[in-house]
Design a protein around this ligand. Sequence first.
Ligand SMILES: O=P(O)(O)OC[C@H]1O[C@H](O[C@H]2O[C@H](CO)[C@@H](O)[C@H](O)[C@H]2O)[C@H](O)[C@@H](O)[C@@H]1O
Length: 367
Amino acid sequence: MMKHNVVLPKDIPAPPYYSYQIPRSKSATYAAAYKKLLNHVDLSGVNRINSLLDCMKASSPTQIRANSILTPSFLAPLDDEFDDWMEEHPSALSKFEEIMEMSKGKKIVMFLDYDGTLSPIVEDPDRAYMSEAMRDAVRDVAKYFPTAVVTGRCTEKVFSFVGLKELYYAGSHGMDIVGPTKGPKHIKSKTKDILCQPASEFLPMIEEISKTLEEKIKIIPGAKLENNKFCVSVHYRCVEEKNWSALAEQVGSVLAEYPKLKLTQGRKVLEIRPTIKWDKGKALEFLLETLGYANSSDIFPVYIGDDRTDEDAFKVLRERGQGIGILVSKIPKETDANYSLNGPIEVKNFLQNLVQWKNLSLDEQQS
Ligand SMILES: O=P(O)(O)OC[C@H]1O[C@H](O[C@H]2O[C@H](CO)[C@@H](O)[C@H](O)[C@H]2O)[C@H](O)[C@@H](O)[C@@H]1O
């Protein structure tokens, strides 16, 4: 096993998240507190397990409600808070006309997250299939607009689920970007080139931690490890809550031996990945550059995603002042996205609307 010199500090006082109070205001969603909690994750010394465990609990709204670590005002988002949130992040379906108006004269570029966006969240990550109707919708969208799937999955796995050769795929949270193998005119490349692998030097380390963790988590019923090539997912969706601390202990203690790896969190999943400054936001920028749009002012990128990791891409779009981010969520979450959709079915409807709108505008141009 690769050796790393790590000194684990002892007796560090617990971070102050137990007393964190959320003001009841327009933006007071549970996600704001969760974000604060994540910032306090401490993988060293005595706080390691508690920190990780609190983070696991806080990542799930249902768990949050059942859990007493946060204040009651935080636990019960009211209907009017939901309405406020919807006002700030309106449905991309009900505002479809408005969005199309904003995109007028610009080139739409589509970025789609996979799990929770194109496919529904299911217990077994190996069975997260997308529907045929969704596949048709994505295929149709890609006929008109450059389209990329941006995901935490490894590229090979997500390709096996989506199966569309004409798309770009940015797997492993954007650390493995490949081009299309065939496609319409706007896609120049005819071969499935590897376009970008910024974390290639981490492959042996990821392989090693993946094997170590796989062994360690075997003792925890329901825990599942997924090797995503440049990152590793440790799933706890099927782990009973009473065993979460044991899982946190295993993951935390292994990770403490790898200072060049960091932990992020998705939906009932702990994600281990290189500490390099690369994320879905960087992948989006890289793809825009690859498509020749780095300095174009007439592009309109649309990024649709449901996960915390998609926030990096939403943020990039906000900072560029270009296009829109659409968060897929049924519940209020702190987000940099501009609009929302409540699940994969609405995502499919949005994509179908986009195709219909494009067909209509082409018809208008011809008549
Ligand atoms: O970036 P994404 O495409 O959203 O991928 C993020 C992770 O998604 C998958 O896990 C999630 O979906 C599973 C299937 O529905 C679900 O069982 C799990 O609880 C979710 O966290 C995937 O398995 C991970 O590897 C991705 O990193």
